[in-house]
Structures are given as structure tokens and as C-alpha cells.
Ligand binder design. Structure first.
Ligand code: TYM
Length: 324
């Protein structure tokens, strides 16, 4: 098994990124017998982050965040997407032969159009670059949140049709989501997402996050009524960061009624502080040594390039652009 996944440096990572994806990266770095590859998808981020300084800052910060959260460069290969130019070349090979209709059906493109965001060709062809990312490393498993499954299907389609047309070249990957956190809700109950402005950041300072949690909108049922925890945003978020004992207590309290949402918010803020505390400390340590982080990324890129170059050679030869 070889895992690969990418994460966009479009801002601070949030609970959805962690519980949907990053948590799996950390677990898989121990489970993969054939290596695991994780990268900061700065070329994808360029479709939304159009200020140079911000992109640079988010990219390095993204790597620092992953290291602080437990990604171990001795076990997994950590790198920045743009440091492997072979992937962009592979993207072109896949673009030729990608049906327009396939990309028109992709939700992330459709969603942005629906929100009135003008699409450019980069945004439209985004899933093809993602397919190249995955295929370049012969990944067999791609740990992600549910929102990325469609892109992985596109990747499989493109790989299959290339293999069918030019002969076996690419390994077909499978997406992997966690049942309990495939779609982490944001503070408004919708999917947590930077573009919906409903995120809780993993590395926020304690005070602003506490304030943010206290402001979460709740319904106005009377305090003495029993409450159903299913679909309750506060309870859903609490499930992610509270320990089993606390959770059992809160389940019982919901069933009994006679509490206020303010109490749950306080419990959520406390649990969050406890849950992220150690990673927040590790983050400060990594942030103090950015050159070491850059070295890790450079070493990761060298390893990643070696793999990607071998795949690109195979693909070049298969379709007749090398060996004339
Ligand atoms: P991105 O940067 O939007 O998100 C990174 C990862 O976090 C997951 N995620 C969530 N999971 C559960 N609940 C949520 N609310 C939530 N929000 C985000 C995402 O599913 C993702 O796994 N296109 C990708 C980046 C990418 C990539 C790749 C991923 C580029 N190339 C190759 C896998 C393989 C993206 O935009 O993720």
C-alpha cells in the first residue's frame, strides 16, 4: 500500500482538514508498507490565493502545521507540489484526452460558478492536475475527506482511459475516508470550509477560539427540555475533541435536558484547548526553525521527484512523445 494526499495552503488548517484528512496521513505513515507521500498543494492554491507573499507564507506554515500535528519526515515523504515539475508535465499528457463534460460535472467547479466566482482554465482543469498528483507516485490509497471523492473518481477515469488507449501505464488509486469524520460540520452546521467562513482553526490562540465557540448559533428550545444530540453542531464538534467519558456524560445530559447551550460551549472550548495543547506547543518549536523545515521539504522533493520522473518516463514512452 502506498498513500498519497495533498492539502491546499489557502489559509490556516481547520478541524475539517485535520479530522477528515491529516489524521489519516499520520496513521497511514505507520501502516503503508510501500511509503506515503504528502504535499502542500501550492499550484492548486494558486487558483484562489493570488498574492505572492500570502502564498509563500501559507505554504511554509502548512508544512510546519503538518509536522506539528505528527507527520514524521522519517516515515513519510513531505514536500511542496511545485517542487516536482514532472507532475505538471504529466498533467498535460492527461489533459489531452480529458472530456470537457467530465470536468463540467465536477462539483468544486460547479459550486464556485454558482457562487458567482469567475472560473479560469486553472480552476476548470484543477481535477486533472490532482489526477497527475496521484498518478505520478503510483499511489494506491488517497486519504481525504468526502468532498474529494469525486476528484479521485475523475483520476481513476483518466488513468483507465489512458491505460486503455496506450497500454498499462498508471496504477488505479482508491479514495479513503473515515466514517465518523468524512464531512466535519462547521460552526453553522454546513460542511466546514474556508470558503464558507465557518471554520475552527487547528492552531488558533485559545482566547479567540473560545470567543468564536461561544458565538456559535444554537436553537432556542427551553433549557429543561431533553435535546437530541444527533445533528446538533455543538455535540458533533464535541465528539471530535472530547474524551469518551466526557462524551458519555454529555450524551446523558442531552437526553435528560436541564442544561444550557452555554454549558456545552464551555465544555467544547475546554476540550478543544486540551486536545490541541500539545500540538500547539510543538508548532511553536517547529516555527522557530524554518530552515530545518525547508531542508525537510527539499529532501522530500528529491525523493518525490525520483518517483514522479519514473512514472513520467513510462507515460511519455507509452503515448509516443519520447523514443522517436
Ligand atoms: P483541501 O485543501 O480543500 O482539503 C484538504 C483535505 O481536507 C479535507 N477536508 C475535509 N474533510 C472532512 N470534513 C471537512 N469539512 C473537510 N474540509 C476539508 C479534504 O477532503 C482534503 O482531503 N483538491 C484537494 C487538494 C489536493 C489533493 C491532491 C488531495 C490536490 N492534489 C491529490 C488528494 C490527492 C483539496 O482541495 O483539499
Amino acid at each position: 500500500m502506498r498513500a498519497l494526499s495533498g492539502i491546499q495552503p489557502t489559509g490556516p488548517f481547520h478541524w475539517g482538514n485535520y479530522f477528515g484528512a491529516i489524521q489519516q496521513y499520520i496513521q497511514l505513515q505507520d501502516e503503508c508498507d510501500d511509503g506515503s507521500f504528502y504535499f502542500i498543494a501550492n499550484l492548486h492554491a494558486l487558483t484562489t490565493v493570488r498574492e505572492k507573499e500570502r502564498l509563500l507564507e501559507f505554504t511554509l506554515n502548512g508544512a510546519i502545521d503538518l509536522l506539528a500535528l505528527g507527520l514524521d519526515p522519517n516515515k513519510a515523504v513531505l514536500f511542496v507540489q511545485s517542487d516536482v515539475p514532472e507532475v505538471s508535465e504529466l498533467c498535460w499528457l492527461l489533459l489531452t484526452g480529458t472530456p470537457m463534460g467530465l470536468l463540467e460535472r465536477c462539483v468544486s467547479y460547479k459550486d464556485k460558478l454558482a457562487k458567482g466566482i469567475k472560473a479560469d482554465a486553472g480552476l476548470f482543469t484543477y481535477p486533472v492536475l490532482q489526477a497527475a498528483d496521484i498518478l505520478a507516485y503510483d499511489a494506491t490509497v488517497v486519504p481525504v475527506g468526502e468532498d474529494q471523492l469525486q476528484h479521485i473518481e475523475v483520476c481513476r477515469d483518466l488513468a483507465q482511459s489512458f491505460n486503455h488507449h496506450f497500454g498499462e501505464t498508471f496504477v488505479l488509486p482508491k479514495g479513503k475516508v473515515l466514517d465518523q469524520s468524512a464531512r466535519v460540520p462547521g460552526t453553522d452546521g454546513e460542511k466546514m470550509s474556508k470558503s464558507y467562513n465557518n471554520t475552527l482553526a487547528v492552531f488558533d490562540d485559545v482566547k479567540p477560539q473560545r470567543k468564536q465557540i461561544m458565538r456559535i448559533q444554537t436553537d432556542s428550545r427551553p433549557m429543561e427540555d431533553p435535546k437530541d444530540p444527533a445533528g446538533d453542531v455543538l455535540f458533533d464538534l464535541l465528539k471530535l475533541v472530547a474524551n469518551d467519558e466526557e462524551l458519555a456524560e454529555w450524551s446523558a445530559t442531552y437526553a435528560r435536558g436541564g442544561f444550557g447551550y452555554g454549558d456545552v460551549k464551555k465544555a467544547l472550548a475546554d476540550a478543544s484547548e486540551r486536545y490541541w495543547g500539545p500540538a500547539r506547543e510543538r508548532r511553536a518549536e517547529w516555527a522557530a526553525k524554518p530552515d530545518e523545515v525547508r531542508e525537510i521539504l527539499a529532501a522530500g522533493a528529491a525523493k518525490a521527484r525520483e518517483r514522479a520522473a519514473a512514472t513520467l518516463k513510462r507515460a511519455h514512452e507509452a503515448c509516443g512523445v519520447k523514443g522517436y
